[in-house]
Design a protein around this ligand. Structure first.
Ligand code: DX5
Ligand code: ZN
Length: 215
């Protein structure tokens, strides 16, 4: 069976513990780092900006997975390109011109992802299936960590997986929100490739064990 990619979300990690936690992830089975960007407009909270990503990149070689929860997609995509992540994903609901931003990300040599909120349907993405490297399915309303996984997300993963097999699309399926060792298995069976997890990983006593239990 294929191996899951786990992308630990540092959203709720305390700033003074960040470096220590990232070093633990580097030695663990997790090879990605999920970086949540909130602007206080697309979602009510405000989180990190690109300067934090730049500083993490000075000491970490993990695959940097940026999740933009912002209204100004074009501006923030350009801002984050300069910080040099590996993948930038932005919300489908936030822009009328997704292909323009996908092209900008690709021109910078990075991978591009599109994110959908729980109420957005998979079909709405049909014009983007050929363009994106990753489709990120939110399993909670974006905006904060520690929420409960919405079960109907599994149907969306199944549908994306079915369409990918049928039409030979190349996108990877990523899931974010409320992931734990129980629903991780269901996501994997439904066809997910990448799981984001914040509170389950960082609240556990053994981060490496928690990451492995999601695989
Ligand atoms: C929610 C964020 C998630 C969040 C995941 O808006 O996009 O990445 O940090 O945290 P948990 O795993 O606690 O739901
Ligand atoms: Zn996220």
């Amino acid at each position: 069976m294929k191996k899951m990619i786990i992308s630990p979300s540092i959203l709720d990690v305390k700033e003074d513990e960040l470096k220590e936690k990232i070093k633990i992830i580097e030695k663990s089975a997790g090879k990605w780092l999920h970086f949540d960007v909130m602007d206080g407009k697309f979602v009510p909270n405000v989180s990190f900006d690109s300067s934090l990503l730049k500083s993490i990149k000075e000491y970490s070689k993990l695959f940097m997975d940026v999740h933009l929860m912002v209204e100004d997609v074009e501006g923030q995509v350009n801002e984050f390109i300069k910080a040099g992540p590996d993948l930038i994903s932005f919300h489908f609901e936030a822009t009328q011109y997704p292909i323009r931003s996908i092209n900008n990300i690709h021109r910078a040599g990075l991978k591009a992802g599109i994110v959908i909120k729980p109420e957005t349907k998979v079909n709405q993405l049909k014009d983007l299936f050929d363009y994106v490297d990753v489709i990120l399915v939110m399993a909670v309303e974006p905006g904060m960590g520690g929420q409960k996984f919405i079960k109907s997300t599994l149907k969306k993963i199944e549908k994306l997986n079915y369409l990918r097999e049928k039409e030979n699309y190349k996108y990877l399926i990523q899931v974010d929100g409320g992931i734990n060792n129980v629903n991780a298995k269901l996501c994997k069976e439904a066809g997910a490739d990448i799981l984001v997890s914040g509170s389950y990983i960082f609240k556990s006593k053994n981060i490496n064990k928690a990451i492995k239990s999601l695989m």
